[in-house]
Design a protein around this ligand. Structure first.
Ligand code: B12
Length: 212
Protein backbone atom coordinates (compact mmCIF):
# COMPACT_ATOMS: atom_id res chain seq x y z
CA UNK A 1 0.00 0.00 0.00
CA UNK A 2 1.47 3.32 -1.08
CA UNK A 3 0.95 6.04 1.56
CA UNK A 4 1.51 8.63 -1.11
CA UNK A 5 -0.91 7.31 -3.71
CA UNK A 6 -2.70 10.61 -4.38
CA UNK A 7 0.66 12.41 -4.61
CA UNK A 8 2.02 9.70 -6.86
CA UNK A 9 -1.02 9.83 -9.18
CA UNK A 10 -0.77 13.63 -9.35
CA UNK A 11 2.92 13.44 -10.38
CA UNK A 12 2.14 10.80 -13.02
CA UNK A 13 -0.66 12.96 -14.43
CA UNK A 14 1.38 16.16 -14.26
CA UNK A 15 -1.13 17.75 -11.88
CA UNK A 16 1.03 20.36 -10.11
CA UNK A 17 -1.74 21.79 -7.92
CA UNK A 18 -2.72 18.46 -6.37
CA UNK A 19 0.89 17.30 -6.05
CA UNK A 20 1.91 20.45 -4.16
CA UNK A 21 -1.16 20.26 -1.93
CA UNK A 22 -0.46 16.58 -1.18
CA UNK A 23 3.21 17.24 -0.42
CA UNK A 24 2.23 20.02 1.97
CA UNK A 25 -0.48 17.82 3.50
CA UNK A 26 2.05 15.04 4.11
CA UNK A 27 4.46 17.50 5.75
CA UNK A 28 1.68 18.96 7.91
CA UNK A 29 0.67 15.45 8.94
CA UNK A 30 4.22 14.90 10.21
CA UNK A 31 5.56 12.71 7.41
CA UNK A 32 9.32 12.64 7.18
CA UNK A 33 10.62 14.75 4.25
CA UNK A 34 12.98 11.91 3.25
CA UNK A 35 10.04 9.50 3.10
CA UNK A 36 8.04 11.89 0.94
CA UNK A 37 11.05 12.27 -1.35
CA UNK A 38 11.94 8.57 -1.57
CA UNK A 39 8.56 6.86 -1.39
CA UNK A 40 6.47 9.62 -2.97
CA UNK A 41 8.54 11.50 -5.51
CA UNK A 42 11.48 9.31 -6.58
CA UNK A 43 9.48 6.07 -6.67
CA UNK A 44 6.93 7.75 -8.90
CA UNK A 45 9.58 9.10 -11.28
CA UNK A 46 10.96 5.57 -11.58
CA UNK A 47 7.48 4.32 -12.44
CA UNK A 48 7.14 7.10 -15.00
CA UNK A 49 10.44 5.89 -16.52
CA UNK A 50 9.17 2.32 -16.70
CA UNK A 51 5.99 3.46 -18.43
CA UNK A 52 8.10 5.37 -20.93
CA UNK A 53 10.23 2.26 -21.56
CA UNK A 54 7.08 0.27 -22.26
CA UNK A 55 5.84 2.90 -24.71
CA UNK A 56 2.84 3.69 -22.51
CA UNK A 57 3.77 7.36 -22.20
CA UNK A 58 5.92 9.74 -24.23
CA UNK A 59 8.44 12.55 -23.66
CA UNK A 60 5.86 15.34 -23.05
CA UNK A 61 4.26 13.34 -20.24
CA UNK A 62 7.69 12.57 -18.79
CA UNK A 63 8.50 16.27 -18.92
CA UNK A 64 5.25 17.23 -17.19
CA UNK A 65 5.93 14.78 -14.38
CA UNK A 66 9.48 16.08 -14.09
CA UNK A 67 8.18 19.65 -13.67
CA UNK A 68 5.81 18.56 -10.93
CA UNK A 69 8.61 16.68 -9.21
CA UNK A 70 10.82 19.78 -9.31
CA UNK A 71 8.08 21.95 -7.72
CA UNK A 72 7.44 19.42 -4.96
CA UNK A 73 11.16 19.12 -4.25
CA UNK A 74 11.35 22.89 -3.76
CA UNK A 75 8.75 22.53 -1.00
CA UNK A 76 10.88 19.92 0.75
CA UNK A 77 14.15 21.86 0.44
CA UNK A 78 14.05 23.59 3.87
CA UNK A 79 13.65 20.22 5.58
CA UNK A 80 17.05 19.06 4.39
CA UNK A 81 19.03 21.86 6.02
CA UNK A 82 21.31 20.52 8.75
CA UNK A 83 21.30 23.88 10.49
CA UNK A 84 25.08 23.97 10.34
CA UNK A 85 25.97 26.77 7.98
CA UNK A 86 29.74 26.30 8.22
CA UNK A 87 31.07 25.71 4.75
CA UNK A 88 32.32 22.17 4.46
CA UNK A 89 33.86 22.69 1.04
CA UNK A 90 33.02 23.89 -2.46
CA UNK A 91 31.21 21.66 -4.93
CA UNK A 92 30.87 22.43 -8.62
CA UNK A 93 28.13 20.30 -10.13
CA UNK A 94 26.57 19.81 -13.55
CA UNK A 95 24.98 17.32 -15.91
CA UNK A 96 27.36 16.25 -18.65
CA UNK A 97 27.36 17.19 -22.31
CA UNK A 98 24.34 16.08 -24.33
CA UNK A 99 22.28 15.29 -21.25
CA UNK A 100 19.34 17.40 -20.11
CA UNK A 101 18.27 15.44 -17.03
CA UNK A 102 18.61 17.53 -13.91
CA UNK A 103 16.24 16.26 -11.24
CA UNK A 104 18.80 13.94 -9.66
CA UNK A 105 21.57 16.53 -9.92
CA UNK A 106 19.31 19.10 -8.29
CA UNK A 107 18.56 16.71 -5.43
CA UNK A 108 22.25 16.04 -4.91
CA UNK A 109 22.89 19.83 -4.92
CA UNK A 110 20.08 20.34 -2.46
CA UNK A 111 21.32 17.68 -0.04
CA UNK A 112 24.95 18.78 -0.26
CA UNK A 113 23.89 22.40 0.21
CA UNK A 114 21.78 21.39 3.19
CA UNK A 115 24.76 19.56 4.66
CA UNK A 116 26.89 22.71 4.58
CA UNK A 117 28.70 22.52 1.25
CA UNK A 118 28.83 25.60 -0.97
CA UNK A 119 27.30 24.64 -4.29
CA UNK A 120 27.88 26.07 -7.73
CA UNK A 121 25.37 24.36 -10.01
CA UNK A 122 26.30 24.99 -13.63
CA UNK A 123 23.24 23.29 -15.09
CA UNK A 124 22.80 20.72 -17.82
CA UNK A 125 24.54 19.82 -21.10
CA UNK A 126 27.91 20.92 -19.74
CA UNK A 127 30.83 20.28 -22.06
CA UNK A 128 34.24 19.18 -20.75
CA UNK A 129 35.56 22.63 -21.75
CA UNK A 130 32.88 24.33 -19.66
CA UNK A 131 33.68 22.14 -16.65
CA UNK A 132 37.32 23.15 -17.03
CA UNK A 133 36.50 26.84 -17.39
CA UNK A 134 34.24 26.81 -14.32
CA UNK A 135 36.77 24.81 -12.30
CA UNK A 136 39.35 27.53 -12.92
CA UNK A 137 36.84 30.18 -11.88
CA UNK A 138 35.26 28.51 -8.83
CA UNK A 139 38.23 26.45 -7.58
CA UNK A 140 36.00 23.73 -6.14
CA UNK A 141 37.11 20.95 -3.81
CA UNK A 142 34.80 18.52 -5.58
CA UNK A 143 33.38 18.34 -9.09
CA UNK A 144 30.09 16.47 -9.33
CA UNK A 145 29.01 15.07 -12.67
CA UNK A 146 25.60 13.61 -13.45
CA UNK A 147 24.58 11.46 -16.44
CA UNK A 148 21.24 9.76 -16.97
CA UNK A 149 21.79 8.40 -20.45
CA UNK A 150 24.11 5.56 -21.36
CA UNK A 151 24.99 7.62 -24.44
CA UNK A 152 26.20 10.58 -22.37
CA UNK A 153 28.24 8.63 -19.81
CA UNK A 154 31.39 8.82 -22.01
CA UNK A 155 31.36 12.59 -21.46
CA UNK A 156 32.48 11.82 -17.89
CA UNK A 157 35.90 10.36 -18.80
CA UNK A 158 36.18 13.07 -21.48
CA UNK A 159 35.74 15.69 -18.78
CA UNK A 160 38.29 13.99 -16.52
CA UNK A 161 40.71 13.95 -19.46
CA UNK A 162 40.07 17.66 -20.09
CA UNK A 163 40.77 18.41 -16.42
CA UNK A 164 44.04 16.48 -16.69
CA UNK A 165 45.06 18.39 -19.81
CA UNK A 166 44.33 21.67 -18.05
CA UNK A 167 46.50 20.60 -15.10
CA UNK A 168 43.52 20.66 -12.75
CA UNK A 169 42.90 16.98 -12.05
CA UNK A 170 45.17 16.83 -8.99
CA UNK A 171 43.51 19.87 -7.46
CA UNK A 172 39.96 18.46 -7.30
CA UNK A 173 38.07 15.33 -6.38
CA UNK A 174 35.63 14.02 -8.95
CA UNK A 175 32.36 12.44 -7.84
CA UNK A 176 29.92 10.95 -10.33
CA UNK A 177 26.37 9.63 -10.33
CA UNK A 178 23.17 9.09 -12.28
CA UNK A 179 20.98 6.06 -12.92
CA UNK A 180 23.21 4.21 -15.46
CA UNK A 181 26.45 5.02 -13.60
CA UNK A 182 28.03 2.41 -11.31
CA UNK A 183 30.83 2.08 -8.82
CA UNK A 184 32.72 -0.07 -11.32
CA UNK A 185 32.33 2.58 -14.01
CA UNK A 186 33.63 5.21 -11.57
CA UNK A 187 36.72 3.11 -10.91
CA UNK A 188 37.21 2.47 -14.61
CA UNK A 189 37.23 6.16 -15.48
CA UNK A 190 39.34 7.03 -12.39
CA UNK A 191 36.68 9.15 -10.70
CA UNK A 192 37.33 9.55 -6.97
CA UNK A 193 33.83 8.60 -5.85
CA UNK A 194 30.45 7.34 -6.96
CA UNK A 195 27.17 7.71 -5.10
CA UNK A 196 23.91 6.04 -6.00
CA UNK A 197 21.66 8.65 -4.39
CA UNK A 198 21.66 12.13 -2.91
CA UNK A 199 21.95 10.92 0.68
CA UNK A 200 25.05 8.84 0.06
CA UNK A 201 26.48 11.66 -2.07
CA UNK A 202 26.72 13.70 1.15
CA UNK A 203 28.56 10.90 2.97
CA UNK A 204 30.90 10.34 0.03
CA UNK A 205 31.62 14.08 -0.32
CA UNK A 206 32.48 14.32 3.37
CA UNK A 207 34.71 11.25 3.08
CA UNK A 208 36.49 12.73 0.08
CA UNK A 209 37.39 15.82 2.08
CA UNK A 210 38.12 13.91 5.27
CA UNK A 211 35.35 15.53 7.29
CA UNK A 212 32.61 13.93 9.36
C1 B12 B 1 12.33 12.75 -16.12
C2 B12 B 1 13.02 12.07 -17.27
C3 B12 B 1 13.25 12.82 -18.44
C4 B12 B 1 12.94 14.31 -18.52
C5 B12 B 1 14.07 15.07 -17.80
C6 B12 B 1 13.58 16.35 -17.16
C7 B12 B 1 14.58 16.92 -16.22
N1 B12 B 1 14.47 18.20 -16.04
O1 B12 B 1 15.43 16.24 -15.65
C8 B12 B 1 12.91 14.53 -20.09
C9 B12 B 1 11.50 14.40 -20.57
C10 B12 B 1 13.49 15.86 -20.55
C11 B12 B 1 13.72 13.33 -20.56
C12 B12 B 1 14.26 13.27 -21.82
C13 B12 B 1 14.90 12.14 -22.32
N2 B12 B 1 15.02 10.95 -21.71
CO1 B12 B 1 14.62 10.67 -19.82
N3 B12 B 1 14.01 10.08 -18.16
C14 B12 B 1 13.41 10.70 -17.17
C15 B12 B 1 13.12 9.69 -16.04
C16 B12 B 1 11.66 9.29 -16.15
C17 B12 B 1 13.37 10.14 -14.63
C18 B12 B 1 14.77 10.64 -14.32
C19 B12 B 1 14.74 11.22 -12.94
O2 B12 B 1 14.63 12.42 -12.77
N4 B12 B 1 14.74 10.35 -11.90
C20 B12 B 1 14.60 10.74 -10.51
C21 B12 B 1 15.95 11.18 -9.95
C22 B12 B 1 15.78 11.57 -8.49
O3 B12 B 1 16.82 10.07 -9.99
P1 B12 B 1 18.24 10.14 -10.71
O4 B12 B 1 18.24 11.13 -11.78
O5 B12 B 1 18.69 8.77 -10.99
O6 B12 B 1 19.20 10.76 -9.57
C23 B12 B 1 19.57 10.11 -8.38
C24 B12 B 1 20.84 9.24 -8.53
O7 B12 B 1 21.05 8.74 -9.81
C25 B12 B 1 21.95 10.10 -8.02
N5 B12 B 1 22.60 11.07 -8.90
C26 B12 B 1 22.16 11.70 -9.99
N6 B12 B 1 23.03 12.58 -10.45
C27 B12 B 1 24.09 12.54 -9.62
C28 B12 B 1 25.29 13.24 -9.63
C29 B12 B 1 26.23 12.99 -8.65
C30 B12 B 1 27.51 13.77 -8.63
C31 B12 B 1 25.98 11.99 -7.67
C32 B12 B 1 27.00 11.71 -6.64
C33 B12 B 1 24.78 11.30 -7.65
C34 B12 B 1 23.84 11.57 -8.63
O8 B12 B 1 21.31 10.84 -6.98
C35 B12 B 1 20.01 11.22 -7.43
C36 B12 B 1 19.12 11.47 -6.27
O9 B12 B 1 18.97 10.37 -5.41
C37 B12 B 1 14.12 8.54 -16.40
C38 B12 B 1 13.76 7.15 -15.90
C39 B12 B 1 14.55 6.75 -14.67
N7 B12 B 1 13.99 5.85 -13.91
O10 B12 B 1 15.63 7.22 -14.40
C40 B12 B 1 14.17 8.65 -17.94
C41 B12 B 1 15.38 8.15 -18.68
C42 B12 B 1 16.68 8.52 -17.95
N8 B12 B 1 15.30 8.90 -19.94
C43 B12 B 1 15.62 8.19 -20.98
C44 B12 B 1 15.61 8.64 -22.32
C45 B12 B 1 15.86 7.59 -23.38
C46 B12 B 1 15.38 9.99 -22.63
C47 B12 B 1 15.39 10.63 -24.01
C48 B12 B 1 16.51 10.16 -24.94
C49 B12 B 1 13.98 10.38 -24.63
C50 B12 B 1 13.79 10.86 -26.05
N9 B12 B 1 13.52 9.91 -26.91
O11 B12 B 1 13.91 12.01 -26.36
C51 B12 B 1 15.50 12.13 -23.68
C52 B12 B 1 16.96 12.61 -23.64
C53 B12 B 1 17.07 14.11 -23.47
C54 B12 B 1 18.49 14.51 -23.16
N10 B12 B 1 19.27 14.85 -24.16
O12 B12 B 1 18.91 14.46 -22.00
C55 B12 B 1 16.02 6.75 -20.59
C56 B12 B 1 17.54 6.55 -20.61
C57 B12 B 1 17.97 5.19 -21.13
C58 B12 B 1 19.45 5.07 -21.04
N11 B12 B 1 19.92 4.21 -20.14
O13 B12 B 1 20.18 5.68 -21.73
C59 B12 B 1 15.35 6.64 -19.17
C60 B12 B 1 16.08 5.66 -18.20
C61 B12 B 1 13.88 6.17 -19.41
C62 B12 B 1 13.78 4.74 -19.89
N12 B12 B 1 13.46 3.82 -19.01
O14 B12 B 1 13.98 4.48 -21.04
N13 B12 B 1 13.77 12.36 -19.60
Amino acid sequence: MNDFKVLSDAISKGDIKTALAETQKALDAGSNASDILDKGLITTMNEVGEQFSKGLIFVPQMLRSAKVMRECTELLKPYFQEGDITTKGKVLIGTVKGDLHDIGKNLVSMMLGGAGFTITDIGVDISPEKFVEKTKEVEPDIIGMSALLSTTMPAMPETIEALKKAGLRDKVKVMIGGAPVTEIYAQKITADAYASDAGSAVTKAKNLLGIS
